[in-house]
Design a protein around this ligand. Structure first.
Ligand code: ZN
Length: 473
């Protein structure tokens, strides 16, 4: 949509900003680490039990956030996946993703948020500092892959072209660029909404670890830029409804396991029947069209016996002892969903939330921090809302997840959604009280190992809040 198209949306409506901070742990939002964000959380609504998806990886989260649907519909079930007809693809690569999605009637199974908004005349910019694949997932229509700032089918660069990250994992130049771009677009009255995806502190956490001083410096810089963004918009007289969240959290790396390679060496004949993809905190396995139930059961069995495996999920029809159903985590996409999904084992390092987890990667991929597991440190994300649309000084105890943010964004724009999320009414200014939450625990079917999932339900919506290996009896 060209910028000259007459606005359909009400002129007086506040700007809607959704800022996703890649890898930001809920525990990192403190007065000392991120003073601006902590103050915004304190003044507005802050969720105490917001959760990412399982596996807690970037591209599944991006697809869920932009469409409002779980991986069951989007088909983006992990970062590295086996795609029928395309082999193993890295969804961070826009070329591979474009080719794989070219055959899909609707990429990701549903339109992204920018497209939904554009159809109603709401100009939503998608500003991404992440991988080209991530930018493409966030806005498959506008984003040309290099994913700068796209609004309604057009790419803008009011703050200049996106700076290169280079090899510096502590670089925050792009974060500043994204915030500058949003400020420039808002000042030019070129947008009604913006989805801003910041790639830090994820890069720093992988390279240095979530507790490292380098990561702390990156967090301070991200916090400063968000402060600048909100101050500048306020100074320009722009009323803003802002939602700040993360795609997943982070854990310290405990040790590397090449799960795909080790399995190949341990059981070569079985391994030849499967495609196994290491995904840091998770491992996914597919057996192709002719589903080999015995091979999948053998793989799951082998993983369950390893010291590095956390809770294991399997396609419901497989009924493998000791596993949970992939339906529970919304990862049961008919064609693209994994047959078996292993979460890597996380161990609490201290009484604080900080935890360490095994990660699955090829040799040489040494990292200090990881995510993808079902541990609270990876799953628990911040969810902060502030502005005239939201209640003030509220800590919401109800669970919430990424698809709920989409439903809430659509609701704020006066649109309805039939997607997987629920509108977070408890956060809205016109609401009082909080919804009824039922919490419950699950153990695997035909229990082989008493792993435990912590779950909750709100208004018919199910949430996985955490999982752990072998519940204490
Ligand atoms: Zn991420």
């Amino acid at each position: 949509m060209p910028l000259t198209t007459p606005r359909v949306w009400r002129r007086a409506a506040p700007l809607l900003l959704v800022v996703v901070i890649d890898g930001l742990r809920a525990a990192s939002v403190t007065e000392t680490a991120m003073p601006v964000l902590a103050a915004v959380a304190d003044a507005g609504v802050s969720y105490a039990s917001a959760a990412s998806l399982v596996p807690s990886l970037t591209r599944p989260a991006a697809a869920a956030l932009t469409t409002g649907y779980l991986p069951r519909t989007t088909g983006i079930v992990a970062n590295t996946v086996a795609w029928p007809g395309h082999g193993i693809i890295d969804t961070g690569s826009v070329g591979a993703l474009r080719r794989a999605l070219a055959g899909e009637p609707v990429p990701l199974g549903a339109p992204g948020i920018a497209e939904r908004f554009a159809r109603s005349g709401i100009r939503c910019a998608v500003i991404s500092t992440g991988s080209a694949g991530c930018g493409f997932i966030l806005d498959p229509v506008s984003a040309p892959g290099r994913a700068a700032a796209a609004a309604g089918g057009r790419v803008h660069d009011p703050a200049g072209p996106r700076p290169a990250v280079g090899r510096d994992p502590a670089s925050t130049g792009r974060v500043a660029w994204a915030c500058d771009t949003a400020i420039a677009l808002a000042r030019a009255d070129a947008i009604d909404a913006a989805l801003i995806w910041l790639h830090q502190p994820d890069d720093a956490q992988h390279a240095f670890g979530p507790e490292a001083p380098e990561t702390a410096a990156v967090l301070r810089q991200v916090d400063k830029n968000i402060g600048l963004l909100l101050t500048e918009l306020g100074a320009a007289g722009q009323a803003v409804n802002v939602i700040v969240t993360a795609d997943h959290g982070a854990t310290s790396a405990l040790g590397r396991v090449d799960v795909a390679g080790d399995f190949q060496r341990a059981l070569p004949q079985v391994a030849s029947l499967l495609t196994v993809c290491n995904n840091d905190g998770a491992v996914l396995a597919w057996s192709g069209r002719r589903q080999s139930v015995p091979a999948l059961a053998e793989f799951a069995e082998w993983c369950l016996a390893q010291p590095w495996s956390g809770p294991v999920f399997a396609r419901p029809s497989l009924d493998i002892p000791g596993t949970f159903s992939t339906r529970l985590i919304g990862c049961d996409h008919e064609r693209l969903g994994p047959d078996v999904l292993i979460t890597m084992r996380a161990e609490s390092a201290t009484a604080r939330q900080a935890a360490a987890a095994w990660y699955a990667a090829d040799a040489g991929d040494a990292i200090k921090g990881t995510h993808g597991t079902i541990s609270p440190a990876d799953l628990h994300i911040p969810l902060i809302m502030h502005g005239p649309a939201f209640r003030r000084r509220l800590v919401a105890g109800s669970p919430a997840t990424l698809t709920d943010i989409t439903a809430t964004m659509l609701h704020l724009a006066g649109l309805t959604s039939s997607a997987d999320g629920r509108v977070l009414y408890e956060a809205l200014a016109e609401t009082e009280g909080q919804p009824l939450v039922s919490r419950y625990y699950l153990v695997p079917g035909r229990q082989r190992r008493p792993d435990l999932l912590t779950c909750a339900t709100v208004a018919g919506h199910h949430y996985i809040l955490a999982g752990q290996r072998e519940a204490a009896s």
